[in-house]
Design a protein around this ligand. Structure first.
Ligand code: NAP
Length: 203
């Protein structure tokens, strides 16, 4: 019998790495989630001017990365959507799929959550889900806490913060390493590493 709690793991995943996988598993355990659905972002409005790998490659890497965790799934809900993809629409899409009494936990990076005031319909987002904001060791925790306090004050929202040491790994660093010909072994699942090398991503 499930708990009726589902994690939605939002990210660009360019590429997915162990930091993401550890974050999802930590959130699943901490909040007793029935499962975590990874949602590679579609056309995020804040990335318009930044080159990102094709959605198909990011989704394929995500599928390879989660393969041996029975509690993890991947959804192409954002990749199928035309135009800019907004988290509020993703949440509404999930609500249509699941029972109305399911509680959603939107899990993502703290640096992304720091920008949440700029997201479309933030008040609706905060009504539709709880936010799990994962931060790297060495992050300015006071900055995050004051943001969370502000969100809780303005929107009476539920925002949880989790420190994830494995988030010392970052997608930016992995892309840089590939570009410079430095090893990425042990930073991400081997199958994802093979995919990157085979497809010539991030060169
Ligand atoms: P980003 O700006 O690429 O990443 C911000 C930081 O958070 C990076 O340090 C990133 O590290 C980390 N991060 C991202 N996703 C993470 C995850 N699931 N778990 C742990 N750390 C994570 O952010 P993004 O990936 O584009 O966006 C994150 C989520 O917010 C996506 O679902 C996106 O659609 C949503 N978002 C929505 C709106 C909107 O609705 N208007 C606007 C912005 C973002 P890595 O680079 O190592 O992943």
């Amino acid at each position: 019998m499930g708990t009726g709690k589902i994690g939605i793991m939002g990210g660009t995943f360019d590429p997915i790495h162990y930091g993401h996988l550890v974050t999802a598993e930590a959130a699943r355990e901490k909040f007793c989630l029935d499962k975590v659905v990874f949602v590679p972002s579609g056309n995020p409005p804040h990335k318009k001017d930044k080159p990102i790998s094709p959605g198909m490659d990011r989704a394929n890497m995500t599928v390879l990365a989660i393969a041996n965790n029975p509690y993890f799934e991947v959804s192409d809900i954002e990749l199928k959507r035309e135009g800019c993809t907004y988290t509020v629409d993703t949440l509404k899409g999930f609500i249509k799929i699941y029972d109305e009494d399911v509680q959603f936990y939107f899990i993502t990076g703290a640096d992304a959550v720091m920008e949440i005031f700029t997201w479309k319909d933030v008040s609706t987002i905060l009504k539709l889900c709880r936010i799990v904001s994962a931060y790297r060791p060495g992050s300015d925790i006071n900055k995050f806490k004051s943001m969370v306090d502000e969100l809780e004050r303005v929107y009476r929202s539920n925002i949880h913060m989790i420190e994830v040491p494995a988030l010392a790994i970052s997608s930016t660093e992995i892309r840089r390493r590939v570009r410079e010909g430095i090893t990425i072994k042990y930073l991400l699942p081997e199958k994802v590493e093979d995919y990157i090398l085979k497809k010539g991503l991030y060169r």
